[in-house]
Write a protein that binds this ligand. Sequence first.
Ligand code: NAD
Ligand code: MG
Length: 417
Amino acid sequence: MNTLPLFESLKGAEVTRKKGVTVLGATGSIGMSALNVIAMHPSRYKIVALTGNTQVERLFDQCQRFMPEWAVMLDPDAAQQLRDRLRTVGLPIEVLSGTGGLNQVASLTQADIVVAAIVGAAGLLPTLMAVRAGKRVLLANKEPLVMSGRLFMQEAQRAGSELLPIDSEHNAIFQCSPGLYKVGFDRTGVRKILLTCSGGPFRNTPLAQLAGVTPDQACAHPNWVMGRKISVDSATLMNKGLELIEACWLFDATPEQIQIVIHPQSVIHSMVEYIDGSVLAQLSNPDMRTPIAHALAWPERIESGVNSLDLFAIGRLEFAPPDLVRFPCLQLAYEAARLGGTAPAVLNAANEIAVQAFLDRRITFLAIPEVIETTLSAASISQDMQLAAILTEDTRARETAIDCVARLERNHRSVGL
Ligand code: NAD
Ligand code: MG
């Protein structure tokens, strides 16, 4: 048993050096939850850099509160506005912009921990930079791992980067598993992973109504408050498909070793079954501050601000198999996982285009899987997992998906929709 070093480090927490933290995507849902936890532990953590896309006021407020050395706005105009705002209040924070700025702050020597909370493929390069710099990377941004799985894991291993999942399911699997990616599941008595899924807002919606659902209805998740892209992914169940691929890479598992379980209460965040028949589960209120706090302090435990779980109020936990007919995106993700190579990158790119088109009210909810299926079947899947090949396939898939969206839009207009 290894309890003594843990006890010693808890005792010594006040005197150890503060850990530097960079939050990529600080202005988003995960970024704000991470800052919320970090603010509870000023003696442990110090913010080194914060990044956002266009939300100047929010990043300005965060800069005033956390006093980072660097701030990055992807958008150059937004960066200039932030610079001006910070100058007026006399804060000496260096403001950078563009992907160069993101990549630069992802690998600063002052940061021990990088929270990867940008949404979508835009997070791939900065997250890889953090991994290559050997940081502890708290991974929320699942799309980079889906796109570049093997490369990403190899780079993490080579650089000695601790890749800790804060996607709630993967964090739960990590908490219930004998070890992370370094060990390999089948060598540690694991029979399978049970990846739980709430079923999203349309679990019981009559199929005939799905064609007419709006972006706001799709984003009204029953249990979680999240950014709009992942909310739509949760409504189509593509989120679970991306998470299946994410889990395969993180835990060295095959798609067949992962069973998706619909669990509408979102209290069990995933489970691990062992060959002796034991099933370990991690339970908590559906609040991302729990996995964030876990990964920030691991192997220690710190307060997250999340309330105790009230099992009597919850009363019952239900489980059901997923419905692949209702949710074709999940089926498409299984296919991409089985194809391997650049197929998950194509799946992800087409999904990003389709979801944005749905959020912009250009296509219907049911057209999302149509765009992805068309793009996947048009792609020539390569087993080359070099970064250049992945980025090329990502660009090609986006072009195909954009054409497909335009065609669907024209068809809809021509039938008067
Ligand atoms: P969000 O939309 O709330 O925030 C996204 C962040 O990324 C913002 O800070 C935004 O400014 C930034 N951003 C957007 N586009 C960018 C670009 N092109 N370049 C640089 N920065 C950009 O999203 P979120 O819900 O916080 O999700 C972030 C990631 O975490 C996603 O990959 C999501 O799948 C994953 N995740 C989220 C949750 C959740 O509860 N929200 C749970 C698990 C995993
Ligand atoms: Mg999740």
